[in-house]
Structure formats: structure tokens, C-alpha cells
Design a protein around this ligand. Structure first.
Ligand code: SME
Length: 144
């Protein structure tokens, strides 16, 4: 699937965040686990997700882990080697790299897209730009 096709499918969906999780997981082989966390006060709460396994990290404090860092700064985090990043909260033994993209609506972080890959350094500038577009697209539907 191309990035353009994915964006179009998400744009046309009745529930864009849920569709985004499905399209990203099913359409891109190196996106092993895809989830959306929603900001709830000073915590992130897991919303829709798709992947081989459930994570035990269904609530993460803002500031904790790679997810919490991205929520606190409002900036995308790319971790090429999760085992070398002391912030990393382990979910799956197979994970090698991770990207976390904040979802910003009207200047506030309302959630984030979290993707784990079983490949080392799976996320390049293209992935980042694409996922930031996805985050923009779903932001109005993510407001909590
Ligand atoms: N690895 C994340 C926690 C969430 S799991 O990847 C699903 C982190 O370090 O914040």
C-alpha cells in the first residue's frame, strides 16, 4: 500500500483513529504493533491497537517511557534501538525499534500513535513524515 492510498482510506473512514490503526498495521509490513494512546489528564491510556499481542502498558504517565516523552514534548520520538534507550518501557521481546508520533489538536497533545517494529532502525524520515500526516488527519476525531 502507498502512503497516499493509506491517507485516503483513513480520510474516508467513519472512525478515522480505528481505521488508521488497521491500515497502518495491515498495510505496512515493518509496522509490527500499532496503537493509539489518548491523553487523560497526566496519563496516556491505550485506545485502539492491532498487533500479535496485547501490551501490559495500557496506562503510561506523561513523562514516562518513550511514549510519555513524546507526549510531554509534543515531538516525534524515533528510537532505532530500543535496547539502547534507557527510557524504553518494554512491551514485546521481539521489538527492536519504535516511533511515537504525537497527535496535536488546537495546540494541545491529545494522543499519540505508537508503532513498534521487529526490525532494527525501521523508521526513516519518510515514515516519520507519513505518520505525522496520519496524526494530523485523525486529530479532530481523537479529542477526548
Ligand atoms: N515502548 C513504549 C511503551 C508502550 S509499548 O511499546 C506498546 C514506551 O517506551 O513508552
Amino acid at each position: 500500500m502507498t502512503h497516499g492510498e493509506a491517507l485516503e482510506e483513513i480520510r474516508q473512514a467513519g472512525d478515522p483513529p480505528r481505521k488508521a490503526v488497521e491500515v497502518l498495521h495491515d498495510g505496512f509490513e515493518h509496522y509490527s504493533w500499532v496503537g493509539i494512546y489518548l491523553v487523560d489528564g497526566d496519563e496516556l491510556v491505550l485506545g485502539p491497537w492491532q498487533g500479535p499481542d496485547a501490551t501490559e502498558h495500557v496506562r503510561v504517565s506523561v513523562g514516562q517511557g518513550v511514549c510519555g516523552a513524546a507526549a510531554a514534548s509534543g515531538r516525534t520520538e524515533v528510537v532505532d534501538d530500543v535496547n539502547a534507550d534507557p527510557r524504553y518501557l518494554a512491551c514485546f521481546p521481539s521489538t527492536r525499534s519504535e516511533i511515537v508520533v504525537p497527535i496535536v489538536h488546537e495546540g494541545a497533545v491529545v494522543g499519540e500513535i505508537d508503532i513498534d517494529s521487529d526490525r532494527p532502525a525501521a523508521f526513516d524520515d519518510d515514515d516519520r513524515a507519513f505518520l505525522e500526516r496520519v496524526a494530523q488527519l485523525i486529530a479532530p476525531a481523537v479529542v477526548t
